[in-house]
Design a protein around this ligand. Sequence first.
Ligand code: SF4
Length: 319
Amino acid sequence: MGLYMASRLEPSLFPKHSKLRAIKPFDPWRSPLCTCPMKWVVHPYTGCAHACVYCYASNYIPKHSTPRPKKAITYDIVRDLKLLPGGALVELSSSSDPYTPPEANLQFTRKVLQLLLEGGMRVLITTKRDLVLRDLDILERFRSRVAVAITITTLSNSLAKVLEPGAPLPSERLKAIEVLSRHGIAVTLRLDPIIPMLNDEYDNIQNIIRAAAKAGVVQVTTSTYKAKPKDFKRVYEAARMLQGSSVAEELRYLYYSDSKAMTLQGYRYLREELRLNCIKFVKEVAEREGLAFASCREGFAHLHTPGIACDGSSYTYAY
Ligand code: SF4
């Protein structure tokens, strides 16, 4: 491992930033497969009410489906901004949706977004919620320093209601892509996680990418589902309910009994050939639609569009 990678994955190598209160170095659970550039992350809320069955953050954060606002966040951000270099890349948020339902009234994310952008930072937003459109005035003002990733895993309302019960319907997310793009904001599609036998049908993948391309995304980033015991239990139940017990058992086999499945940093990965087939198909469709392509924590960085970051940061510019 080179020095850059070592420093990127080891926040303690940045002692001068130990005084930071709300903005922290991005630590993708120390995954050696993460291809994100060095960046920072801030969470205006602890937890997320979207209650996605596959949510890995629920393994780490107690009462994850009950979002709690961080009351001192704006005060802390003002302090932290004095310690960060201008143009630093800050993600909003990595283990919750910054537009989780209470944000509609509380506006913590809106205040943080404004502070970060007025403070000269570059900002990445990943969300499933069209509430992001409320902040269009801020996003437009700083459009060269911001990119928004919208997650869509299916176009089927009924499947979305099982996989992501608290999140807006796919049509509302497509609408958000369309409006943001029309206002000159760079929008990428997060087509993940792809879960075998639940949302991995070719038609599902093609239709999502085509609809997102039509709405204006510039890039697709994808990944397959990585299992942890707590979220796998929910995914298993969803598969059993939607497809029956034999499919749910097959899913269990793929993640926990297949001798070629692997464990990395505590996550169960599908065997490589299954993941590769899936990622290659997404790449093929994305490129057919004229979109950039990247994958997330798969180990297939050689398939990415050259010069393109997985997290959408390629569309943000420091000045
Ligand atoms: S939106 Fe993200 S953080 Fe929120 S529950 Fe779903 S997967 Fe977890």
